[in-house]
Structure formats: structure tokens, C-alpha cells
Design a protein around this ligand. Structure first.
Ligand SMILES: CC(C)(COP(=O)(O)OP(=O)(O)OC[C@H]1O[C@@H](n2cnc3c(N)ncnc32)[C@H](O)[C@@H]1OP(=O)(O)O)[C@@H](O)C(=O)NCCC(=O)NCCS
Length: 202
């Protein structure tokens, strides 16, 4: 999953990671009233810090949890704001996550890489599935040169695989030992959604 470069530190508590599954049933029962995507503003820093500093969220991300708001502010200023397609996932207008499509140039310009993260307390309510569906519609409309959005998901990240599958992405295969992340090499599932693909009925 292509989230842009950020400072790293290696997670030590593998045990702690294994314990993380889903929020409580109580949280899952509360359904959001409105989900929207919009560009970020610097005033979103505190909301962004909620998920960006959470190791449960960054477990399958190429970057590590932020420990400093100043570092996150720098990332937002230098990467998020100037990014061609980086959106806040909002519930009732408030950012609870992020979704982006990293673009390529030259011969690779027909495809972009999807990335997304959601604050832990909102997991399991269908929010990211809806956000990915919305992104797949708007990114092709806003970037006409783009023909393919792809997603690389760790084989162990079952929730994320479900998200892209529910959003209509095609599972194309497993790329064995494809990248090195959080201390070890990973098998990654590759998915794609084309500009000509039909989004699934909601
Ligand atoms: C992956 C992530 C974005 C999912 O967001 P979400 O809003 O909770 O996802 P949804 O509720 O739309 O869908 C999650 C699906 O995964 C399923 N799921 C969750 N955990 C699961 C698990 N451990 N095993 C099997 N299925 C699981 C849910 O049941 C749901 O499927 P269903 O609707 O068929 O029941 C969120 O968990 C997250 O931010 N994770 C950390 C960051 C990350 O991994 N980003 C992606 C990197 S590739």
C-alpha cells in the first residue's frame, strides 16, 4: 500500500499487535450518518494525529506511528497538502481517516496506488468500504489519464482485503516476498479497479 514516506521506528511488541482484531460490538452497532471525502487542511492536525499515532492502525502500513505532532505537521505540509489525490475520510464532516491514490509518471502514468487508514474506534462499520467506492468513482473523474487503481494488501491484513473486494476490486494474485515492512518480507495480494469497471451495487 503506497503511503508516502515518513519517519520510521520498528515495532517491538509483536504480541500487542496480535491482540488487535476489531473494536467492540458496541462500537460496531453505531452506524455513521454521513461519509464524505475532502482535501485536508492544516487545522485537521489533531484529528489526523488520532490515527497516525496509533500502532494498531499502522501495523500494516509502510510507515510507523507518529510520536510527534511537529513531525506530522511537517508531513501534512510537505506531502499531504500538495499531493494530487489525498483525501480526508470524514464522518459527519470530521476526519476519521485518510485515503490516497499515489500517481506515477512516464510509462506507468496509467496506474495509481491506493492507500487508506481509519481511526481504530471507527473500524468495522463499513466506513472504508464506502470511502473506497467513493474514491474509485471520483479519482477517475478528476484524473482522466488514470486507467487503473491498484492496491497492495498484506496477506495477513484480512480486513483490508475485504474492503477492496467489497468495493469491487479484482484480486489478481499474490506477490510472494514482495516488499520488506516492519522487520520482515511480506507476501502481498494485488488488486485492481479499472476506469471501465462497474462499481458494485450498494
Ligand atoms: C483496513 C481498514 C481500513 C478497514 O476499515 P473498516 O472501515 O473497518 O472496513 P469495513 O468495515 O468497511 O470492512 C471490514 C471488513 O473486514 C472484515 N474483517 C475485519 N477484521 C477481520 C478479520 N480479522 N478477519 C476477517 N475479516 C475481518 C469485517 O468483518 C468487514 O467485512 P464484512 O463487511 O464482510 O463483515 C481499517 O481496519 C484500518 O484502517 N486498518 C489499519 C490500516 C490498514 O491496514 N490500511 C490498509 C493497508 S493495505
Amino acid at each position: 500500500m503506497a503511503e508516502t514516506e515518513v519517519p520510521r521506528f520498528l515495532l517491538k511488541e509483536e504480541e500487542e499487535q496480535q491482540q488487535v482484531t476489531q473494536p467492540s460490538e458496541e462500537v460496531k452497532a453505531a452506524s455513521p450518518t454521513e461519509i464524505s471525502l475532502r482535501t485536508f487542511e492544516l487545522s485537521d492536525l489533531d484529528d489526523y494525529m488520532v490515527w497516525a499515532s496509533d500502532k494498531r492502525v499502522t501495523r500494516f502500513c509502510s510507515w510507523d506511528a507518529y510520536t510527534s505532532k511537529d513531525d506530522l505537521l511537517k508531513y501534512m505540509t510537505e506531502t499531504v497538502l500538495p499531493h494530487p489525490w489525498f483525501r480526508a475520510v470524514c464522518v459527519d464532516g470530521r476526519p476519521v481517516g485518510a485515503i490516497s491514490v499515489a500517481l506515477n509518471s512516464g510509462n506507468d502514468r496509467c496506474r495509481g496506488m491506493l492507500g487508506y487508514v481509519l481511526a481504530f474506534e471507527h473500524w468495522g462499520r463499513g466506513i472504508m468500504t464506502r470511502a473506497v467506492r467513493m474514491a474509485a468513482v471520483s479519482v477517475f473523474r478528476e484524473l482522466p489519464e488514470l486507467e487503473r487503481v491498484e492496491a497492495l494488501v498484506d496477506v495477513e491484513n484480512v480486513a483490508s482485503q475485504r474492503v477492496v473486494e467489497k468495493a469491487g476490486f479484482l484480486r489478481e494474485g499474490v506477490l510472494r516476498k514482495y516488499l520488506f515492512m516492519k522487520g520482515r518480507s511480506r507476501d502481498m495480494v494485488i488488486y485492481s479497479f479499472l476506469a471501465t469497471d462497474q462499481p458494485p451495487a450498494t
